[in-house]
Design a protein around this ligand. Structure first.
Ligand SMILES: NC(=O)c1ccc[n+]([C@@H]2O[C@H](COP(=O)([O-])OP(=O)(O)OC[C@H]3O[C@@H](n4cnc5c(N)ncnc54)[C@H](OP(=O)(O)O)[C@@H]3O)[C@@H](O)[C@H]2O)c1
Length: 315
């Protein structure tokens, strides 16, 4: 243990972070030890990580001093923010700053920052294609992360900027899965036209991140990961096969999606439209080849469905 390089993992009890902690613990190269960072070391999830072999340390991304303590002695730090807990892109930028400065102060050698595009570099705020949200964003939960990139550059901390992708798990737990059409069939409703949607299983994000920590040559680089990039029709066909029901892709205008009324529908409507309208660039920025190089166990959409379809609610 003492000779292993410690990787401090923010969000260790969550989707991306827990995938990385598990990947480190399962890694047969034995180069790394996992330091799981949580606000509450006494939670069941934190205790389970400790029982699995991770060191569990308390810190909060809103408390820079706690992060500096939690990063001290670590070789690497995996940094992620939690937009859907607070819906504030400004908060994500501030938290990126806390993590970046803490990593610098602690002398971390390699940070992996889980980021997304600042969509305002693709279209100006007065672009009429989609509404401006929260006064200064197009896709707040993307833009805050993209803007947060500068915090790592300003802190001068060695960083790999890791563009993640839509989780396949959104079909299970984010309300993005198939819904009954009323005639015994199901619809997968997305405002994506015939565009491709790069996506990935959450455990594969963690495995890819581990691969990045093994690649110091990726410091300073901006890379993107995905396990596949199916169209709406292809996603529906995969769901039909895996679930044994008929699922049809229901392509709707982004305005209709934005009007669904659930919290964040406007942000997600803009997000899907961004992915649709800038599809070539968006797809190209997530390399399936590099993702597989970083993580040889990377699941394709079909492989992910084979392992997870049973958990997709058909309600
Ligand atoms: N859904 C998608 O398709 C998708 C795709 C790409 C990127 N993303 C982005 O992924 C991010 C969320 O990552 P995730 O899905 O891994 O999160 P998650 O599953 O919601 O887990 C977040 C974990 O972070 C911890 N946490 C929350 N607030 C914290 C704070 N103030 N300080 C320290 N830890 C805190 C919590 O652990 P404790 O309670 O133990 O502290 C929680 O278990 C979002 O910003 C989202 O935009 C999502």
């Amino acid at each position: 243990m003492a000779d292993k390089k410690i990787i401090a993992v923010i969000g260790a009890t969550g989707a991306q972070g827990s995938g990385l902690v598990r990947a480190i613990l399962a890694d047969t190269s034995g180069q790394f030890a996992a330091r799981a960072i949580t606000r509450n070391p006494n939670s069941d999830k934190a205790k389970a990580l400790a029982a699995a072999g991770a060191e569990v340390v308390a810190a909060d991304v809103d408390d820079e001093a706690s992060l500096t303590r939690a990063f001290t002695g670590a070789y690497g730090a995996f940094c992620v923010t939690f937009f859907w807990d607070h819906f504030s892109a400004e908060k994500e930028v501030a938290e990126a700053g806390h993590m970046a400065r803490a990593a610098k102060a602690a002398g971390v050698t390699h940070v992996v920052w889980s980021t997304l595009e600042d969509t305002r570099t693709f279209m100006k705020l007065d672009d009429p294609r989609m509404p401006t949200l929260h006064g200064k964003y197009k896709v707040p939960h993307f833009d805050g992360k993209g803007e947060g990139d500068q915090q790592f550059r300003d802190a001068g901390v060695p960083t790999t900027f890791l563009l993640t992708a839509f989780y396949w798990e959104n079909f299970i737990s984010f309300g993005s899965g198939p819904k009954p059409a009323g005639d015994g069939t199901f619809v997968l409703t997305l405002p994506m036209g015939q565009a491709k949607l790069p996506a990935i299983g959450v455990e594969d994000i963690g495995k890819c991140a581990l691969g990045v920590f093994k690649r110091p040559d990726l410091i300073g680089k901006r890379i993107g990961i995905a396990g596949g990039a199916p169209t709406g029709d292809e996603m529906a066909a995969g769901l039909s096969k895996a679930l044994g029901v008929t699922v049809k892709y229901n392509d709707i205008p982004p305005d209709v999606y934005r009007g669904f009324g659930f919290p964040g529908a406007d942000d997600l409507g803009n997000m899907f439209q961004f992915k649709r309208d800038f599809n070539d660039a968006y797809v190209k920025s997530r390399s399936l080849e590099l993702s597989r190089e970083l993580n040889p166990e990377l699941q394709t959409y079909e492989q992910w469905l084979a392992g997870h379809a049973k958990a997709i609610p058909l309600g």
